[in-house]
Design a binder for this molecule. Structure first.
Ligand code: COA
Length: 334
């Protein structure tokens, strides 16, 4: 069996920065509330008239990752694209990337696991590499949230949290089995699907039915039971990190860098405290980007690597929790 290693990383966020004060002009909110509850100071939102979309931002991040991996586009033999905000209901963003990057006619799949999307995507790619089926896989996480948020006071409990952006990595075959992705651990609990959901439009509640409701049906905006999500997130984060460490006979003290999904700074801090990690063992950037869902871990991983926070041979732990519910971890020897 082969091992798989991240050989290139890149991210892209739109230039347009939206501060908490900017949001307070759209809805009844304020910088103090948002920072105190979430840690978020600002986020990037695609402005009106921009060409950007989940697929296009994914392409921009992918170009950087491919170049940094020292590969050409013809070396990519599979695409895995994680998003909850695809450009189209169908087809998925993966095939758009194949076209926009003019890649060979390689396979492309979309992963729909929301905030755990990048963990699921990386794990999926890892299996294809480990079995020897592919050598270089382009893995992307991208979200265009801002156009789908309720930017009125009615939606403030959700809309202040989310940001737009994309990250990408190249996962490549590695001969040294002691390096690269050591294991991944995936979970779901669908009975809580309605705790964090965009319910419509769906085949069961299609566009004409929403229009006919004369504005009463707002199930096309995200709904979140924030307190319930928070309570489940802190438990599942802790469980799945321990599961990953134990599977590799590792201890919490072996962690060099923990990169949590950037859901809420308070969740990250809770987990950090529980595991007794120092500030330099945890990478957070939610302050600048908000929650970018499937893009959050890969943007954070890229930034941490660019800033020199991840060194050769470090034990890097990625973990996420999100809608579904879904959660997971990936343990990497860098
Ligand atoms: N600005 C100002 N006030 C706001 C607000 C905003 N943006 N959003 C909600 N409020 C108000 C509420 O209306 C409520 O007012 P009330 O007491 O008069 O009814 C009050 O603030 C408290 O709301 P509540 O929802 O109980 O706040 P909270 O302490 O639970 O924090 C979250 C809300 C969303 C920040 C928090 O629950 C959370 O972070 N949950 C996890 C979310 C998450 O991680 N999601 C992504 C999962 S991957």
């Amino acid at each position: 069996m082969y091992s798989s290693k991240i050989t290139g990383l890149g991210y892209y966020v739109p230039d347009n920065v939206v501060t908490n004060d900017d949001l307070s002009e759209l809805m009844d909110t304020n910088d103090e509330w948002i920072q105190e509850r979430t840690g978020i100071k600002e986020r990037h939102w695609i402005p009106d008239g921009s060409e950007d979309s989940s697929a296009i931002m994914g392409v921009k991040a992918a170009k950087i990752a491919i170049e940094r991996a020292g590969l050409s586009k013809d070396d990519i033999d599979f695409i895995v694209f994680a998003t909850l905000s695809p450009d189209y209901f169908f087809p998925g963003c993966g095939v758009q990337v194949q076209d926009m990057l003019d890649l060979p006619t390689v396979g492309a799949i979309d992963i729909r696991n929301q905030c755990s999307g990048f963990i699921y995507a990386l794990s999926t790619a890892d299996q294809f590499i480990k079995t020897g089926m592919y050598k270089n896989i382009l893995v992307i996480g991208a979200e265009f949230h801002s156009n789908g948020l309720d930017k009125t006071t009615r939606g403030r409990g959700v809309s202040v949290i989310f940001g737009d952006g994309a990250g990408a990595c190249i996962l490549s075959r590695e001969e040294d089995n002691s390096k690269g992705i050591l294991s991944s651990h995936l979970h779901s609990e669908g009975k809580y699907a309605d705790k964090l959901i965009v319910a419509s439009p769906s085949i069961k509640n299609w566009v004409p039915e929403i229009i006919n409701s004369n504005g009463k049906d707002i199930s096309y905006f995200p709904y979140m039971d924030g307190t319930f999500v928070f309570k489940n997130a802190v438990v599942r984060f802790s469980e799945v990190i321990m599961e990953g460490l134990e599977a590799n006979n590792l201890q919490v003290s072996d962690i060099d860098m923990f990169i949590p999904h950037q859901a809420n700074l308070r969740i990250s801090q809770f987990v950090q405290k529980k595991f007794g990690l120092n500030d330099d063992q945890v990478y957070n950037n939610i302050m600048k980007y908000g929650n970018t869902t499937a893009a959050s871990i890969i943007i954070a991983l890229t930034e941490a690597w660019e800033n020199g926070n991840i060194k050769d041979n470090d034990l890097v732990v990625l973990a996420a929790f999100g809608s579904g519910f879904t959660w997971g971890s990936v343990i990497i020897r860098w």
